[in-house]
Design a protein around this ligand. Structure first.
Ligand code: DGY
Length: 332
């Protein structure tokens, strides 16, 4: 009897995926409630055929060279800036992510941040909890209306579209910026208008970011972009922290360049600058946009199905570098 392929899973993931992996493979799970360090990850991958990892694990040429038995890396996330896909392809290591299953859940949270920031929900909650609320006041916690406001969506991919659909319920005017306009049918369905990013920043009351982190999107929202925004505008980020220049955002929130922000992601997670923590006009969440029971279950299942498909000879449901298969067969 041939032995089952061995899989290292870098954290306890929801059972929907973990039980599938356990049914098919010889599985080792990182037992701690923290990411493995680089050294620990390298050690744990020794002799493993597959790695199932989270966005907290950096998988690059160095790691792949140090763990040469690894043939597939399945990221339990849609964002894959933690993976060096080109290095994977060169080494013939197949990589996958989890697109399509977290769009609605992420859009829900983007909207939750938008509403919390606009209506100062967290600030007001803090007042009530301190026991210092002295009663109703006509000037208390004035915020910004969401209904009939203009929402600017930066990146009209699957998640951006799900956000646009929610905006319709609030009778919002929707603008979007992207590398290219979406088709007429999409624009009609979402009642969204394509504009250059600068116009979107100037005209929007809410700017919500839905681009992947790449060289071209690093600090896409910097000091000059923030200056273009309305003083009454709010910035919402559920994409990746480095899409925003965090230092410039702190300055903009401090100086009144913009009114508020709702953030789920940060430049140096889990480190958050003390300046950001001290600001009253920002809502801060710990990268939980996809964190519903159902969606995290689906994400772990998609990751497991990619590994299963790989060892069954492919194709993978959601590959990032299908060409790595060819590189593999050429070297093996
Ligand atoms: C992702 O999937 O990229 C999110 O950031 C975590 O769900």
């Amino acid at each position: 009897m041939t032995s089952k392929p061995s899989v290292f899973v870098s954290r306890v993931i929801p059972d929907a995926g973990l039980s599938l992996l356990r049914e098919n493979f010889d599985v080792t799970v990182w037992p701690h409630d923290r990411p493995p360090t680089r050294q620990e990850l390298t050690a744990c991958c020794q002799g493993k055929d597959a790695l199932v990892c989270l966005l907290t694990e950096k998988v690059d040429a160095e790691l792949l060279a140090a763990a040469p038995a690894v043939k597939i890396v399945a990221n339990v996330a849609v964002g894959f800036d933690n993976l060096d896909v080109a290095a994977g392809t060169r080494a013939g290591v197949v990589m996958s992510n989890t697109p399509g299953v977290l769009d609605e859940t992420t859009a829900d949270l983007a909207f939750a941040l938008l509403m919390a920031s606009a209506r100062r929900v967290v600030e007001a909650d803090r007042l009530v909890r301190t026991g210092t609320w002295a009663g109703w006041g006509i000037m208390q916690y004035l915020g910004h209306d969401i209904h009939h406001a203009t929402l600017g969506i930066v990146g009209l991919g699957r998640i951006g579209k799900a956000v646009a659909r929610r905006a319709a319920g609030f009778a919002m005017n929707v603008l979007y910026a992207d590398a290219a306009p979406a088709g007429e049918d999409v624009e009609k369905e979402l009642r969204a208008r394509f504009v250059p990013l600068k116009d979107l920043l100037r005209e929007s009351d809410f700017v919500s970011l839905h681009v992947p982190l790449m060289e071209q999107t690093h600090h896409l929202i910097d000091a000059s972009a923030l200056k273009l925004m309305k003083k009454s505008a709010h910035l919402i980020n559920t994409s990746r922290g480095p899409v925003v220049d965090e230092k410039a955002l702190v300055d903009a929130l401090n100086s009144g360049t913009i009114a508020g922000a709702g953030l789920d992601v940060y430049e140096n997670e889990p480190m958050i600058s003390s300046e950001l923590l001290a600001l009253p006009n920002v809502v801060l969440l710990p990268h939980i946009a996809s964190a519903s029971h159902a969606t995290r279950g689906k994400m772990s299942e998609v990751a497991a199905r990619n590994v299963i498909a790989f060892f069954n000879g492919g194709p993978l449901p959601t590959p990032l570098n299908p060409e790595a298969f060819k590189v593999r067969s050429a070297v093996s």
